[in-house]
Design a protein around this ligand. Sequence first.
Ligand code: CUA
Length: 368
Amino acid sequence: MSGFRFPLAAAALLALSSCDRPWEDGETYPFTSTDSVTDFNEAILRLYGLVTWIDAIVLVVVAMVYFYTIWRWRDDGTNRKPEQVHGNTPLEIAWTLAPVVIVIGLLVPTVRTIFELGDAAPKEALEIRVIGKRWWWAFEYVQSGIVTANELHIPAGRPVSLILESDSVVHSFWTPRLGGKRDVIPGRQNRIWFTHTDPVLAGAPVTYRGECAEYCGESHAFMRHEVVTHEAGEFDAWLASMAQPVDPGTDPQVLAGKEKFVTTGCAGCHAITGNDQAKGILGPDLTRFGSRQKLGASTELNTREMLVQWIMDPNSIKPGTTMEDNHSRGPAGANDGMNVPGDDPSVPGTQVSKEDAEAIATYLHALK
Ligand code: CUA
């Protein structure tokens, strides 16, 4: 029986490597690395395909010789035996040379692909610093200086260069359809660059799902991200809009929420372009948060109901989130809802009321 375990395990792995897992909310994302949309992933898949074919041929040849020998010298009751020989020089040379040729055949394209993908990105590439936090992603657009979180926007048809850094522990940035899972390590910069080669039409941006692929602590499983690819012109418009101060309008409820965003302490950790009191850097930048598809590092859909729950009790959505600490612990005597060094964890801090959370949600969703 044990002889069948390996092929079964291999088949199961193959099936898993290209599965389309539905989201908890029923939405289906093509979550696969074998359906490429970038030149980078294409290069990896070409190599992967070649290696798989060579391996398959070796497997078939070896299996044929093996089963033929079993059949040829099966026990037919005559007690016959194959001719007994000692040593066979041509055969020994052949089975030494054949693996050498195969290994070289695998080595050359592998090394070539490694160097090809390791080349420096072209000068005109859009540079984005990707910073792994606990437990979310910050995206800083180097040329334009804009910052966003958890939802990476890129243009189709132009080279994009990701500079991967961590301010905490080891994470791994992985968007299967773009290819190239890459570790994000404190104290060093790793890079990936690619061009989204699949055409994207105006008015129809495409969203890909991504995950942190290296165990990084309590909320590792909830450290997700989305990559949104726009048609090139629409991407420029998005970039320009992100640099503009967000005008939340004059709706009194929105303005009341803006006030609450500051007085409840949110502004101490979160920045919003256009809100001079919101300059925090500990939490994700919330500029144009209202246009994001997901919240809590792409854990849940960005609905009003979810946002209110997130503001009141983020730990119920994402266990271990540091936002929870900021709510539940306060410095003794100063009920500002912030968790700063020296805070006394035994002192209850601000718990955001439902009313305040509703007001803040109204404000955040007005930021489009
Ligand atoms: Cu970050 Cu796992």
